[in-house]
Ligand binder design. Structure first.
Ligand code: SF4
Length: 343
C-alpha cells in the first residue's frame, strides 16, 4: 500500500477543506476503499476520517426518512422506522455483504462503492475504469457478472450495491455539501452510465461529500414489497440480478402504483418508469408482470458468459412482483432478523 496522510476531522468544514485536495479521499467504514488501496487500484495521498462529524442520523423528516451518510448499514436496516415504514430498503440492505461488513459500512460509502469487476481490481490488466484509454478486457473476457443494460464499448461493469437498488425504487435524493454550498441530487442522476468515461462512477463533483440521503413517504408500498437477490452463494456475494419491487394494490388486487428497480445488470440501478406506468389499472397477475419484465429488458444484451442474465432478469422481475403481491415479509411476520444473523 502506498504511504498516505491520515487526518481525523471533527467538524464538517475541516473535512470539506481537506477534500479540496483532489488526491484526498474521505474514509468512513473503509470496507471498499481500503481493499482498493491494498490492491493498488486507488492511491490517494491523503485520507480524511469523517466518522466523527455527527452525520449518523436515522430519523423521520418532512414525512419521509433521513439517513445520515455516516449511519451504519446495519443500524439503518434494523432501525424501527426503516423496518416498519421502509421494509423494501431494510431487506435490500440486509441482502448485501455480511453482518460484519454491514456493521462497519456507512450509508454514504454504500453509494460510493466501486464495481467488483475482476479486471478493475487486477492492476496487471488493462481497464478503462482504472486507467482510461487502456481498453476493456471484460467485453471479450470473463464477463459473467457484467452488465446487460446501459453498457458501452468502453465498460460493461455493474454497480454492486443492493441498498442503492431500493433507494432508486423509492425515489431517494442524495444531499451533498462542499465549501461552495449544498445541493440535492435525485437518486436517478447520482450514478451514471459508463459511456466514454467509465472512470467516473457518479455525478459527485470534486470537493463534494455526501451528508445525507432522504427518502419520501412510501407508506403506500409498506404491505406489498419484495427484494429478490439472485447470487452464487446465499451470503456474502454480489447480485447476478436483483430486483426491488413495490406495489400499491387496491382491495380487489388492481395496481394503483408500482416501483421496479434492478441491480446487477447495469453501471447504475436500472429502472424503467414506463413499465411501472403501464401496470397501473391492471390486475396484479402473471400476464401483467411478464409484460413489465419484457418492457424493462428491452435492448438488453449479453456478452457471452453473462447471456444467462437475460432470462434470469426476466424471471426475477416476475418473481419479485409476484412475491410483493403476496405481501411484504415483514407484514407477514417472516422477517425476524437480528443484528448478528447470517446474511
Ligand atoms: Fe474495467 Fe469496466 Fe472493463 Fe471491468 S468492465 S475491465 S471495470 S472497463
Amino acid at each position: 500500500m502506498n504511504p498516505f496522510a491520515f487526518t481525523p476531522a471533527t467538524h464538517i468544514d475541516a473535512a470539506l477543506a481537506a477534500l479540496l485536495d483532489p488526491d484526498t479521499r474521505p474514509i468512513a467504514g473503509g470496507t471498499n476503499l481500503l481493499d482498493l488501496m491494498k490492491e493498488g487500484v486507488m492511491k490517494p495521498s491523503g485520507l480524511v476520517d469523517i466518522n466523527h462529524l455527527g452525520l449518523d442520523q436515522v430519523e423521520q423528516r418532512d414525512g419521509g426518512l433521513l439517513l445520515g451518510a455516516l449511519a451504519r448499514n446495519a443500524d439503518t436496516a434494523y432501525h424501527p422506522l426503516v423496518r416498519e415504514r421502509y421494509p423494501l430498503l431494510s431487506s435490500a440492505i440486509l441482502a448485501g455483504a455480511s453482518p460484519q461488513l454491514r456493521n462497519m459500512a456507512s450509508n454514504g460509502g454504500n453509494l460510493m462503492q466501486r464495481t467488483r469487476c475482476v479486471y478493475f481490481y487486477d492492476v496487471g490488466t488493462a481497464c478503462n475504469k482504472r486507467e482510461p484509454g487502456t481498453g476493456c478486457p471484460a467485453v471479450e473476457g470473463l464477463n459473467r457478472q457484467h452488465a446487460i443494460l446501459g453498457a458501452s464499448p468502453s465498460c460493461i461493469a455493474t454497480h454492486p450495491s443492493d441498498m442503492c437498488v431500493a433507494l432508486r425504487a423509492l425515489d431517494a435524493t442524495v444531499h451533498v455539501r462542499s465549501m461552495s454550498g449544498e445541493r440535492a441530487i435525485p437518486f436517478a442522476d447520482f450514478h451514471r452510465l459508463p459511456g466514454d468515461t467509465p472512470e467516473i462512477d457518479n455525478t459527485l463533483q470534486p470537493g463534494e461529500m455526501i451528508t445525507h440521503i432522504t427518502v419520501p413517504d412510501a407508506d403506500r408500498f409498506i404491505d406489498h414489497s419484495a427484494y429478490i437477490k439472485v447470487r452464487d452463494r446465499l451470503s456474502y456475494a454480489f447480485a447476478l440480478v436483483s430486483v426491488a419491487a413495490a406495489l400499491d394494490l387496491d382491495a380487489d388486487g388492481t395496481i394503483c402504483a408500482a416501483r421496479i428497480a434492478l441491480g446487477g445488470v447495469a453501471h447504475k440501478p436500472w429502472r424503467v418508469e414506463a413499465a411501472e406506468d403501464a401496470l397501473i389499472g391492471k390486475r396484479a397477475d402473471e400476464a401483467a408482470f411478464e409484460l413489465a419484465a419484457r418492457t424493462i429488458l428491452q435492448g438488453a444484451q449479453g456478452f457471452g458468459h453473462n447471456d444467462f442474465k437475460l432470462p434470469l432478469a426476466h424471471n426475477a422481475i416476475v418473481q419479485a412482483l409476484t412475491t410483493a403481491t403476496r405481501g411484504t415479509d415483514h407484514a407477514r411476520g417472516l422477517d425476524a432478523g437480528t443484528k448478528g444473523e447470517p446474511a
